[in-house]
Design a protein around this ligand. Structure first.
Ligand SMILES: [Zn+2]
Length: 456
């Protein structure tokens, strides 16, 4: 099947009038596929550079650069009666909120839905190929959507992101309904809508850079200073941070602590332009790090200390056995069924009732429904991990995912930050995003997304 569809014309809208006409034409729709394109791979401050929309019979691309906020669309997108279908909504929701102040309700996320059916290859490209035999052109995967003009090829590519989404939603909705899992998905979608994104602690973000833990505190102090300097430059130029200077080079500066222009020039990977025009600033940043008193040197926040509990490991092993056997019966990735950090919280809390279980931040109602009784037996030491699993319907064949053998079958999502924060309240945060998104170029911003907990 060809990847373009003649029965589904693409409109490119770059005037407010065009957007208003579209909004009028769409009044009365009950479902809308949406995607946004940012440019975090290229820019320092990310924003929406393109907004793609599809209904059952038309697709449109809104160019917000000449228009600004496409206000009329907001009514549609915030309308709780209109189901908004995204693939991997998290980042889109964040950008829509940040740029336009829109709070999107009634979300269907095909990425989450696919994971809950048991599919291990849940990227949009894999799903379109699986369900519609459509192959996405990878050529534009890392395109710079902040550039103008956009070529026809780029626009066609961008529109593929929403063009199939409603049909994909139907397929996944059917499968989840057949499996009796649609209420799992609804719970996940609800959490997604309720996410409040925590502002990154800008000043301490460098502590999360990969490799920061290998530095001593003086080196860390210098790293903090040169990272802050780089953020300023990147902001001035509106360029992604890694395009100003690589993390590796910043780490070399932190270790070698150059105090002269010559020493700075000898640092591996030092960009000539920076050396020439901003070498002085950079040396000042190093000096600030060197001048810091010992007491002021940065340190890593201490991870929460739990009371020593000799039975914790045993409980965790039994709880994990429950999770793993249930996941196998259901044809789910174990990490999708219940993440490792939540197993740890259950083991630590040592709950005695379902009510107690339900107070665990991040643990879902559907997870308690599936695993709760067995978790309680497991922490109590009466382990029969298969009891509840056996009472479950066997997974339908559609969930076996035979086309996805190449995927990371026994991978487990990295423990998320919420796991390190036992005081986290019940409001989900970006660190508590539903399930495990695939790595995405969108989140490659500045190469600093490395979580300190990845290698934990
Ligand atoms: Zn997209």
């Amino acid at each position: 099947m060809a990847s373009s569809r003649d029965d589904h014309p693409l409109e490119y809208l770059d005037t407010a009038h065009g957007v208003d006409q579209l909004t009028d034409a769409l009044s009365g729709v009950t479902e809308l596929a949406i995607d946004t394109e940012g440019a975090s791979f290229h820019r320092f401050v990310d924003r929406i550079y393109l907004l793609q929309l599809s209904t059952r019979d038309r697709s449109a691309i809104v160019d917000p650069l000449p228009i600004g906020k496409p206000a009329g669309l907001g009514h549609l997108i915030e309308d709780v009666k209109v189901e908004k279908v995204f693939h991997d909504a998290d980042y889109d929701l964040r950008l829509l909120r940040q740029d336009y102040g829109w709070q999107v309700r009634n979300v269907f996320d095909t990425r989450i839905a696919a994971q809950l059916t048991g599919l291990r290859a849940f990227g949009l490209a894999a799903l379109l190929e699986r369900y519609f035999d459509v192959k996405l052109d990878k050529q534009y995967q890392r395109a710079d959507w902040s550039q103008r003009p956009l070529t026809k090829g780029m626009l066609d590519y961008a529109s593929q992101d929403t063009r199939w989404l409603l049909e994909l939603r139907d397929r996944l909705h059917d499968e989840l309904s057949q499996l009796g899992r649609m209420h799992w998905a609804r719970e996940e979608f609800g959490r997604l809508e309720a996410i409040r994104w925590e502002a990154d602690d800008q000043n301490m973000g460098f502590l999360k850079m990969k490799g920061a833990r290998d530095l001593n505190r003086r080196e860390l102090a210098i790293l903090g200073q040169v990272v802050a300097w780089r953020d300023v430059v990147a902001g001035e130029l509106d360029r992604a941070t890694f395009r100003v200077m690589s993390n590796e080079t910043l780490f070399s500066i932190a270790r070698q602590q150059p105090r002269t222009r010559e020493a700075l020039g000898a640092i591996k990977g030092m960009p000539r332009g920076i050396l020439e025009h901003r070498g002085g600033e950079l040396l000042e940043a190093v000096e600030r790090g060197l001048a810091m008193t010992d007491a002021d040197l940065p340190r890593f926040p201490r991870s929460p200390r739990w009371e020593r509990d000799p039975d914790f490991d045993d409980r965790l092993m039994r709880v994990k056995a429950v999770r793993d056997s249930t996941a196998e019966k259901l044809g789910l990735d174990p990490g999708v069924l219940c993440s490792r950090d939540r197993l740890e919280t259950v083991s630590r809390m040592n709950p005695h009732s379902l009510e107690e279980l339900l107070t665990i931040p991040g643990l879902r109602g559907w997870q308690v429904e599936l695993l709760g009784d067995d978790f309680l037996r497991a922490v109590a030491g009466k382990v029969t991990p298969t009891a509840a699993a056996e009472s479950l319907e066997p997974p339908a064949t559609i969930a076996s995912g035979t086309a996805d053998q190449s995927s990371k079958a026994d991978s487990e999502p990295a423990p998320d930050v919420a796991a390190q924060t036992p005081t986290a309240d019940a409001v989900p945060t970006a660190n508590d995003v539903a399930l495990s998104p695939e790595p995405d170029p969108k989140s490659a911003s500045g190469g600093e997304s490395d979580s300190p907990y990845r290698d934990a």
